[in-house]
Ligand binder design. Structure first.
Ligand code: NAD
Length: 276
């Protein structure tokens, strides 16, 4: 059994606080990378329809011999599959590729407000949950306005909002909304896609603790109560990113990392201006 701590979702379920992200790992490599992660002890995998590697992830889970109930599987519906019928089709396709008959967590990947379909898509996720095919439902890249819209239209707030989050881009307003409404914050690009690993504040803290920069960043996320899903295709780094439960950063370190927040620290697209 894995010893990863869990966070409690607003639907009563538990989700591992640390998972493995597989964006930009091609399907041909996703099986080996996911197998390394499962071997290292990860029990939560974050993929997406868009990543085109759900089949590789599914093969690794099947080959691991782990009971399905021991692995927390997340995938996401892509923007072009928003709307009731398209979402149901995409969902069926994702399940087939992953080789499973249910998901632990299904997310709307981006709100894509120009399509005007995210509320209908949210209702479809709730439908699939009622049918027992999804355990928990959530969203990604939603801001407070979109979170409020889906909650108002359905009375059911998402369990999770997966957003870009790292010390240089801390999304305090969205996080405050999450805290007020019982939504778990899940951090994507928790290492700033690798860019934060060279930040002198981060490397100094790493040196002080005899740990790596990646481990320091992951501890910062866990200390804040975020779910974190670092990505690597390199087995030694996959193991390193999982080995974060035997030490902690201290209050001074946390304050120094909190102070790195920057208005222009965003690396990925802005959900409000994205054209996809
Ligand atoms: P990340 O912050 O996890 O950084 C990954 C990169 O950091 C790797 O490619 C590697 O170059 C480097 N790295 C990782 N571990 C390292 C280590 N120990 N030492 C040195 N270098 C290391 O970036 P990410 O992949 O963008 O984000 C993680 C996951 O978040 C993704 O795989 C995906 O699952 C999810 N994600 C979701 C969205 C979304 O819109 N919902 C967007 C981006 C990412």
């Amino acid at each position: 059994m894995s010893n990863v701590p869990t966070v409690r979702l607003n639907d009563g379920r538990a989700m591992p606080a640390l998972g493995f992200g597989v964006w930009r790992i091609p399907d041909s490599e996703a099986e080996a990378a996911t197998a390394s992660a499962l071997e290292a002890g990860y029990r939560s995998i974050d993929t997406a329809q868009l990543y085109d590697n759900e089949a590789g992830v599914g093969r690794a889970v099947a080959a691991s011999g782990l009971p399905r109930g021991d692995v927390f599987l997340t995938t996401k519906v892509w923007n072009t599959s928003q709307g009731r019928d398209a979402t149901r089709r995409a969902f069926d396709e994702s399940l087939k590729k992953l080789g499973t008959d249910y998901l632990d967590l299904y997310l709307i990947h981006w709100p894509s407000p120009k399509r005007g379909l995210y509320v209908e898509t949210w209702k479809t996720l709730l439908e699939l949950k009622k049918e027992g095919r999804i355990r928990s439902v959530g969203v990604s890249n939603f801001g407070p306005d979109e979170l409020a819209n889906v909650a108002r239209e359905t009375g059911e707030p998402p369990a999770v909002n997966q957003i870009e989050l790292h010390p240089r881009f801390q999304q305090r307003e969205t996080r405050a909304y999450h805290e007020a409404h019982g939504i778990v914050t899940e951090a994507w690009s928790p290492l700033g896609q690798g860019q934060l690993l060279r930040d002198p504040v981060v490397t100094a803290i790493a040196e002080k603790h005899g740990r790596s920069a990646a481990q320091v960043l992951l501890r910062w996320h866990l200390r804040h109560g975020f779910v974190v899903i670092p990505k690597s295709a390199t087995p030694s780094r996959i193991r390193e990113n999982f080995d974060v439960f035997g030490f902690d950063i201290d209050d001074d370190d946390a304050r120094a990392l909190d102070a790195l927040d920057s208005a222009d620290g965003r690396i990925g697209p802005n959900p409000y201006t994205a054209t996809f």
